[in-house]
Each structure stands twice: as C-alpha cells, then as structure tokens.
Design a binder for this molecule. Structure first.
Ligand code: ZN
Length: 168
C-alpha cells in the first residue's frame, strides 16, 4: 500500500506508520502528490489522532506532524529543514549521514547523556543549534538560528500576478 492509501485507510497502525513515512520522505514531488489529498486525509484521520500516542515534549503526535509537513509543502512555505524545530525525533547524526545537514560542532556531555550540535542545512544554509536530551530515549530540540525567510505562499504570488495583469 502507498503512503496515501495507508493515511486514508482508517487503520490506526497503518496511519501511524504512514505518518513516520511522511516525516522521513524528502521528495517534494511525492510529498506534494500526497498533500493534494490533505482534506481527505484530515477527514479520514479525524478520530484516529485522539487515540494515537502524543509525545509530551511537543504535544504533537506523528500524525499531526505529518499533516503539518504536508501543509508546509503544499503552501511551498520553504526548505523542509524549517520543520526540524517542530519534531524532536530528527536525529542530526542521521540527517548528516543522508547529506541533508553538515555538523560543524558537537559537544558531548557523556555524564548527563546530553550533547550540543551546531549544524547547517546543505540545501538552504539555515543554521541550527540542536540539544540532545534523554527522555525515555534521545530527543533532539532544534533551534533555527537563521532569521526567518519570508517567502509569500504561491497563492499570494498568483493573486498579485493576476492583479497586475488586470491593470496592464
Ligand atoms: Zn534548509
């Protein structure tokens, strides 16, 4: 079954797994094709989220992050690295292995099971600091150190173009 089929399945286990698939998926085109069905996904998962596990750090379930990411991609809101602060399960070591970020600094405090990272997105150059904390397993608290990029959503650009065209 595809990610979309799983999201629409109504089966909590399949929705759970598909939510992680969305988190890990980076292909913009594939994400966008799933995001086209965001309303149907919301409808099909309306009652599922209540029963699925919510992590205590962000108050977010895997499903609510998946929906956030799909909306982000649909709105062409920017580089996907801007979603790191919304999810404490992005492990910077893994992101670096996949070539998505470069870690410039890492300070480990083995005694307290914590670590501090400095890293940058290889795609857009956004800089982050990441704090690793232990909470029933490792969690990564990402802070975006780069000033927010104000990129208007596509629809606004289209509206503006149409507005200008009418006046030509
Ligand atoms: Zn980026």
């Amino acid at each position: 079954m595809s990610i979309l089929e799983n999201l629409l399945s109504g089966d909590p286990q399949k929705v759970w797994e598909a939510s992680f698939d969305v988190k890990n998926l980076r292909d913009e085109e594939e994400l966008r094709s799933i995001a086209d069905h965001i309303q149907a996904i919301k409808k099909a998962t309306k009652n599922i989220d209540k029963d699925s596990g919510t992590d205590l750090i962000t108050n977010n379930s895997p499903l609510s992050f998946a929906l956030l990411k799909l909306k982000f991609v649909k709105d062409s809101a920017g580089c996907q690295c801007e979603l790191y602060p919304s999810n404490p399960f992005f492990n910077p070591n893994k992101e670096a292995e996949e070539g998505l970020i470069i870690i410039s600094d890492k300070v480990e405090d083995a005694k307290n099971w914590t670590a501090d990272y400095r890293c940058a997105c290889t795609k857009c150059g956004n800089k982050f600091k990441v704090k690793k904390v232990e909470y029933h397993g490792p969690l990564y608290v990402w802070t975006n150190l780069s000033p927010p990029k104000k990129k208007p959503p596509e629809t606004l650009i289209k509206k503006t173009i149409n507005y200008v065209r009418k006046r030509l």
